[in-house]
Write a protein of this length. Sequence first.
Lengths: 368, 233, 180
Amino acid sequence: MKEIKLFLGPQHPGMHGNASVHMYVEGDIINKSRLVPGMLHRGFEKSMENRTWMNNIGLIPRVCVVEPDINEMCFAQGAEILNEVLVPEKAHYIRMLILELARISIHLMSLGGIGGPTGLYTAMYWAQADRDLLLDIFEAITGHRVYHMYIVPGGVRKDLPEGIEKLIIKTLDGIESRLPEYEDLIFNNPTMQSRMVGEIMLPAEVVWDLGVTGIGMRSATGEAYDLRKVNPYARYDQVEFDVPVATYSDAYTRMKLKMLEVYQSIRIIRQVLDGMPEGKPNVKISRGSALKWTVKEGQIYSAVESSRGEFGYYMVSDGGTSPYRVAVRGASYPQGLLGIEKYMPGTRIDDAPLWFDTMGICSPEIDR
Amino acid sequence: MAKKANIKKDKVKKIVIDKSKSIIDAPSGMFSDKINEPFAHEMIVSKDRSENLTPKQRKRKWKSMANYFSANSLWMLMYCTGCCAIELPQAMTSRYDMERLGMGPMATPRQADILLITGYLSLKTLRRLIYTYEQMSEPKYVVGFGPCTLNGGIYHDSHAVINQLDQYVPIDLYIAGCMPKPEAVMNGFQDLIDLIEVGEATGWKDYHARYEWYKQNQKEALGEVMIHDEFHE
Amino acid sequence: MMNSTNRPGMNEMVNELKARFNVEEVTFVQDHEAHVDLHRKDLHEALTYMKQNGFRQLSAVTCIDWPNEKIFQLIFNIYDWSKGNRFIFRVKIDREEAMFTTITNIYGGAKYYEREVHEFFGVVFEGNDSALKQLFLEQWDDLPPLRKDFDSRAYSDRKYVKREYKTSFGEKGGEPFERN
């Protein structure tokens, strides 16, 4: 059969984000494929050098559009450790609350996103409706729906509004009661099973070869390789939660793990709300006006566990009012670039969008 | 039953169909200056009403009719260029339900009416956006989201992001907010529908009229608009 | 900044590294994170040694530009998931002749990181031919953009049409905001 060239994306209904996969196909089997990134390249790392530490808070959530809070956490954590500032206990708990709410929201987005490549649009409608309730909570706490700019160096921007616990508990109860329905819709659905079980395998050797982290890694190796457990940040060592793992990583397993993580996140949030300490939500990390903050000279790699894996900032300060250099390690960088080049060939064309969804590829964080 | 039918028959107004006179020619240049084909030969309008119209009025009538139809059936292209796209699923699904405005997503640019430019545009995206825009059939409308399309927004000093989108493609409507909330998006779409109904969303005509100027700007920013083979082995 | 850490495996590993290689300086930033300044000739052997000793993941390769010292500092970030220890190797290379040997034969995942460093800093990685092509940018016509001597604002002003406002929003009557 003749080999033809196919451009998949950036304008494509099943594609996640503004990225493109160029491939050579024979029939519907992919022979060679490459990700073409850079369509969302904004030069973040350069722009951050031109802004003060506080100004950057407005910029960094935009590194990853669907899960902005991890960026704030990385940046805030790095600046605090460099400046040797201890954050109040309450700030740690509020941060965990925000991060876990964000994790639920992105996993719901991803569960719904499976509708694009597989044609199960019901999932998308359900998941978006539930995610919208979480965005309402964010709006009540931070004032913004998507980009919160809430976690700042020194704590969080302001205290939780009064009575928010009731809203959170109510919403989470609602979402938790609906999760079995998602299970029936996606995981117990024979059509979806035949589409996802045994498709897009990710063996453990490949994980180590590429450097995949997060759900991809945990679903293949069977180990609880989660930064919240391995190097606990915030106060993740004081809450109880399990890390779901598996040893057979196909599209189905990875989606299932996302689903199970939602249960665990809900569990964490309940404990956080129960154990919320009293006190101030923030401290100053440096003297003077926030726009003239300085951070001590030094270098640090500040990493957190995002929904897609290890997400980190390598931050360099020269003691000035702006960062000297910030390098972003996007969690989906390995599977997005090298993974598509090395391991997508051999699958079918219609698996490419499913690859994007189940591997959790976020194009803005690859491009930056 | 028979009685009822008789009554109804009497009440029906007799429409005189005179094929030689009653067919109204669609005014030329309604969709594009180049296309002179009549809009719809099959449409038949009663003789007595059309006789009273001057050609100018007739032209206006046709235009308003076409505008009415295109305003109430808008297909938006599924193309997310930047951050603001993250609120579009919310606007599309259960809570805000874009379909009640007669809008729906469309997978291919050839059949889409609206191009949503959801946020900042890097040069690499702009090059593909121009391809996409030129593939769309007319009439076509462009909506710019957020300040990034207006003046570069938060990326005003970035080396990779353009600052002013209306230099490269015509924009019919801007929606404010970084990012616009679904309410703002829905409100913006309602405004766009109103604009189309009164015939003021004429960006695509401007693209024809000032084609050279747009191309010149595109070339200045992009070097060349061509997309090369990018299989970077 | 700490000089030592209590975390199991960290001090032993640092002592091993000091014994085997030409280590210039070791800093503990957090108790699980050590920054090791190495001589550039020792890096590949050190990485191989680390990979054999549990550090199976390469988290990132990146670069820092120090124009005053006329050097680039290359950062190799490796991680041991089973113990939770992180080592960051830093080597200095000459800024004028920015060349380094690829590490893709040790960590295959470095391929695209090296390519990114080449694109944004102009560092050539010998042995990684694909790294010479553009990845994120398209038809780039200036200095590599993350170098300190590249001014992104000036580039933007020169290349993209700005919207004109009658009111000036900048400080000091429309002058670009200056850092103090």
